[in-house]
Ligand binder design. Sequence first.
Ligand code: RB5
Length: 153
Amino acid sequence: MKIAIGADHAGFKLKEEIKKFLTVQGIEPLDLGTYSENSVNYAEYAEKVALAVAKKETDRGILICGTGIGMSIAANKVAGIRAALVHSIYTAKMASQHNKANIICFGGRVESPEDAKGFIEIWLETPYEGERHQERLSKIEELEKKCKGGENV
Ligand code: RB5
């Protein structure tokens, strides 16, 4: 499995920890930046990771900023992306089981590396439940099509 990973300056340290963890788990991380703690704009990295996932260059993605909020807002603008802001074992599990989240977002100023690693494990091992949830995801796809090209209809 290959996972694209990106962060801004506030998520840089946690990104480095998560990369090591993924490698130990036998998962190949594709690091799309940022590569230091110099101030950057999170939307740029959300775009890189979201496009890698949407174009199927990687299986999934992980994004980290200070809170995880900016990354999730930005990543969800890309068609086909379901980015979930995860902050507990329960939300990590539901992100897969109900939302089929293909990206998870963390707050580098919120989560400890140990908690984040635990959430990633749960997100990866929990299967998508489908059935009634598929109906809901289809509604999201319809919405995405309606808003194509930045035009709300
Ligand atoms: C950067 O200071 C901070 O605003 C950013 O990392 C993120 O938390 C935004 O949502």
